[in-house]
Design a binder for this molecule. Structure first.
Ligand code: NAD
Ligand code: MG
Length: 393
């Protein structure tokens, strides 16, 4: 049996992962489940999957969880505090770690998984965006295996030649075509974008996801983070990555080769496909996803993204080109701006402005240590909060 820890078990990716496991119970044993504060849902999941450990970050939620356990026969041990995430990501009995915490909060635990040589199923793109260089060094040094859960990167991985990590030039790959749905505001007149509400931004046309990534999809910062994620995962430069708007979300990305071939991975937009792919890899297993009905889809459209409508996408390209801590600054400013938008404090179109101002007010440093990255993250959050104050008062 393969032992698995799910970091962020109560979120959208966590729930889909447990659904895939429930269809393949003979292969996987859940060792640990973690959540921030949803004690009820975590308890329900523990009752079904009976893990050795459960982690709740919020203390009141941990108390609630303990009360629920009292009236049950559950033997799961409860841990609290952010260090417990690193603990359950490094346990000897754990083979795979699903990294599905949202944002920078997931960084240390995913690094711990790398350090202890696990197979990392990476959904938490923010961690890689922040720390690409040192993250990959830890993966290499400790013989960890890093497999992408993000649907686009999982698709690219499936279309890549086996030796891609030697550098794409040697493999005949000439371009990565990263597809994007364009989110809910792909066609909304730009002058109406300032008035959009968090509810509208979170209503994604094709994917059902957590609130933060839903807003990122609406601004297309999600695609920007994915451009950076692709550079690290596939050992290549931003110029090799072209974003293509594809509103049907049927092709999850493509790889172009020097002989004119373009390979694509297609499927229904359901995260259980990339989850099952990276859990079973190099084999295949049932994910519960309906087969794609190509006749029902009938047509596939492609257009170029408009950088005026989606300034966040441009900012992400710029940050990756600048290098060093710039992607970590971009990510931190985005997390603060999105939180503020979701709290009804910042208008939608000001998100990009806050990120741009934050990037312009902090120098990008060489990314040589975790401390440098965490300092950049802290400083960027502080600056972003100041820019939000001046943008809204
Ligand atoms: P979500 O908001 O639904 O779930 C987030 C999970 O992280 C929850 O279990 C929550 O308890 C936990 N969490 C939140 N803050 C935490 C903290 N401070 N400390 C510890 N745990 C914390 O998010 P999601 O949509 O499942 O996305 C998770 C990650 O996967 C994100 O990085 C996202 O970009 C990536 N991703 C998601 C999808 C998708 O379809 N949902 C697709 C691709 C990539
Ligand atoms: Mg994606």
């Amino acid at each position: 049996m393969i032992g698995i820890t799910i970091l962020g078990a109560t979120g959208s990716i966590g729930v889909s992962t447990l659904d895939v496991i429930s269809r393949n119970r003979q292969r996987y044993r859940v060792v640990a489940l973690t959540a921030n504060r949803d004690a009820e849902r975590l308890f329900e999941q523990c009752m079904v999957f009976r893990p050795d450990f459960a982690v709740l970050i919020d203390e009141n939620s941990a108390k609630r969880f303990s009360e629920l356990v009292k009236d049950s026969d559950l033997k799961t041990r409860l841990l609290t505090g952010p260090e417990s995430l690193e603990e359950v990501a490094s346990l000897d009995e754990v083979d795979y770690v699903m990294a599905a915490i949202v944002g920078a909060a997931g960084l240390l635990s995913v690094l711990a998984a790398a350090r202890s040589g696990k197979r990392i199923l990476l959904a938490n793109k923010e961690a890689l965006v922040m720390s690409g260089k040192i993250f990959l060094e830890e993966v290499r040094k400790n013989n960890a295996v890093l497999l992408p859960i993000d649907s686009e990167h999982n698709a690219i991985f499936q279309c890549m030649p086996a030796n891609f990590s030697d550098g794409l030039e040697k493999t005949g790959v000439t371009k990565i075509l990263l597809t994007a749905s364009g989110g809910p505001f792909r066609e909304t007149p730009i002058d109406q974008l300032n008035d959009v509400t968090p509810e509208q931004a979170c209503a994604h046309p094709n994917w059902d996801m957590g609130r933060k990534i839903s807003v990122d999809s609406a601004t297309m910062m999600n695609k920007g983070l994915e451009v950076i994620e692709a550079c690290w995962l596939f050992n290549t430069h931003v110029d090799m990555i072209q974003v293509v708007l594809h509103p049907q979300s049927v092709i999850h990305s493509m790889v172009q080769y020097s002989d004119g071939s373009v390979l694509a991975q297609l499927g229904n937009p359901d995260m259980r496909t990339p989850i099952a792919h990276s859990m079973a890899w190099p084999e295949r297993m049932n994910s519960g996803v309906e087969p794609l009905n190509i006749l029902e889809i009938a047509r596939l459209d492609f257009t170029e993204p408009d950088f005026k409508r989606f300034p966040c996408l441009r900012l992400a390209y710029q940050a990756m080109t600048r290098g060093g801590t710039a992607p970590a600054i971009l990510n931190a400013a985005n997390e603060i701006a999105v939180e503020s938008f979701l709290g009804d404090e910042l208008p939608f179109m000001k998100i990009a402005e806050v990120i741009d101002d934050t990037l312009n007010s902090i120098e990008s440093l060489e990314c040589d240590s975790l401390e440098t990255i965490l300092d950049a993250d802290r400083l960027a959050r502080e600056k972003a909060r100041q820019h939000i104050l001046s943008a809204t008062h």
